[in-house]
Design a protein around this ligand. Structure first.
Ligand code: CA
Ligand code: CA
Ligand code: CA
Ligand code: CA
Length: 412
């Protein structure tokens, strides 16, 4: 009897061990990553980006502020600030790419922004370094002026190896506060050299908030994901150069249960997840929901992961804990004040389970003090782990160093 019992117990224990190994080696999701905050600068930022400005292999940081009359970048690792353009106002966004191949990136940026078309000249600029020294003032060329130019991105829409510039307006001329839904807004594109204005879409209702280049389809072309009152739109270019036309596929209408301006999506991102992909968003415009979309046949299933963002703005989608499942970062620009004592400023991070559609996401709030407007990923210390860089109205630019994953839970 004793021997038999012992054998049975051993068999059960071995069985559990086998199950445990199978779960871990079969592509299971990892625990949450840990982060350590490092302050880069005291800066009341709006949008942040990373790029290697001085071609030393380290990613540097650029942030803009609507309240500053300068465009500048911060050099990694000393975070010395270099002003490259002065005498501009209300800079709302920038996009960085080395378009002439000299190893120093060019910067497309947008100034003279306002929430009212009549007050917003909407100037679009290209800034280029001089003599390959990115610490000296840059030359600027104005390429367009269009009211409420608000978001800018580089993308190779026709797949010819040369990037086009994308400019998304915030609103159409007739749209006004508080609903901003009276008119339609446009997305433009410009080819390098003549910078002639082409149109991706001129019939997007209400507010366009973000346009994100993605590799959605195989091949050399980039596609665009657009977050607007309409929800999440996917744009594909057909044809080449000035002859390009665009097809739109609406992935989702997003948050569509309330009147404007609580409509659609504020930002959108895409990431690889196992053998498939996820689309993630913060909804509605400046909203409170973190949403993940997973494909089921021809349609995209909407799953609301979180509804407690005090004031959302942007989303970042990347694999932070090295398990092949894209994770989601949502900033929170709400600020604790006498009138808003329960605000939740900072950064909310959601780590994906093996099945993003049905599994349990791990939630961590990695910043609880400083209100943030947006975050981007980038390996700032070249240790192979993607870090996060965020800025916002909390008055800081912060690098959140990825320290690796938390220990697996004891019962794993
Ligand atoms: Ca650098
Ligand atoms: Ca191109
Ligand atoms: Ca992950
Ligand atoms: Ca790192």
């Amino acid at each position: 009897m004793h021997v038999k019992s012992h054998t049975l117990a051993t068999t059960v224990a071995l069985g559990l061990t086998v199950v445990f190994l199978a779960a871990c080696s079969g592509g299971g999701a990892n625990p949450a990553a840990r982060f350590q905050a490092h302050e880069i600068a005291d800066f009341n930022g709006y949008a942040v980006a990373v790029a290697d400005f001085n071609n030393d292999g380290r990613l540097d940081v650029m942030a803009n502020s609507l309240g500053m009359s300068e465009v500048s970048w911060y050099e990694n690792p000393t975070w010395e600030r270099h002003v490259i353009v002065e005498g501009v106002s209300s800079v709302v966004n920038q996009a960085i790419a080395d378009i002439n191949g000299d190893g120093i990136p060019e910067v497309a940026f947008q100034s003279q922004f306002a929430m009212q078309a009549e007050n917003s000249e909407g100037l679009n600029w290209i800034a280029m370094s001089q003599g390959g020294d990115p610490t000296m003032p840059w030359t600027t060329q104005q390429i367009d002026a269009f009211p409420t130019s608000h978001h800018v991105a580089w993308a190779d829409l026709d797949g010819d190896g040369e990037l086009e510039l994308i400019n998304a307006l915030l609103i159409g001329e007739e749209s006004v506060r508080p609903a901003y839904d009276e008119d339609q807004a446009s997305i433009f594109w410009y080819g390098q050299g003549d910078w002639n204005r082409g149109t991706v879409d001129d019939q997007i209702p209400g507010i366009i908030h973000r346009v994100r280049p993605v590799k959605w389809d195989p091949g050399s072309r980039d596609q665009l994901l657009v977050a607007s009152f309409e929800g999440i739109g996917l744009y594909r270019a057909i044809g080449m150069g000035a002859d390009m036309t665009f097809e739109k596929e609406l992935i989702s209408s997003g948050h569509d249960s309330e009147p404007a301006p609580r409509l659609g999506a504020s930002d959108v991102g895409m990431g690889a997840s196992g053998s498939g992909r996820i689309v993630a968003s913060v909804e509605p415009w400046h909203g409170n929901e973190v949403v993940v979309y997973t494909q089921e046949g021809d349609s995209w299933q909407r799953r609301v992961l979180f509804t407690e963002i005090g004031s959302g703005h942007e989303i970042a989608v990347l694999d932070l804990n090295d398990d092949g499942y894209a994770d989601i970062v949502a900033n929170d620009q709400s600020r604790v004040t006498g009138r808003n004592p329960d605000a939740t400023p900072g950064v909310h991070v959601f780590f994906s389970p093996e099945d993003p559609a049905t599994g349990e996401w791990i939630y961590r709030r990695i910043e609880t003090e400083s209100a943030m407007n947006g975050c981007v990923g980038g390996d700032m210390n070249e240790d192979g782990r993607p870090d996060l860089i965020c800025t916002g109205s909390g008055g800081k630019i912060i690098w959140y160093e990825n320290l690796g994953n938390e220990e697996a839970e004891a019962d794993m």
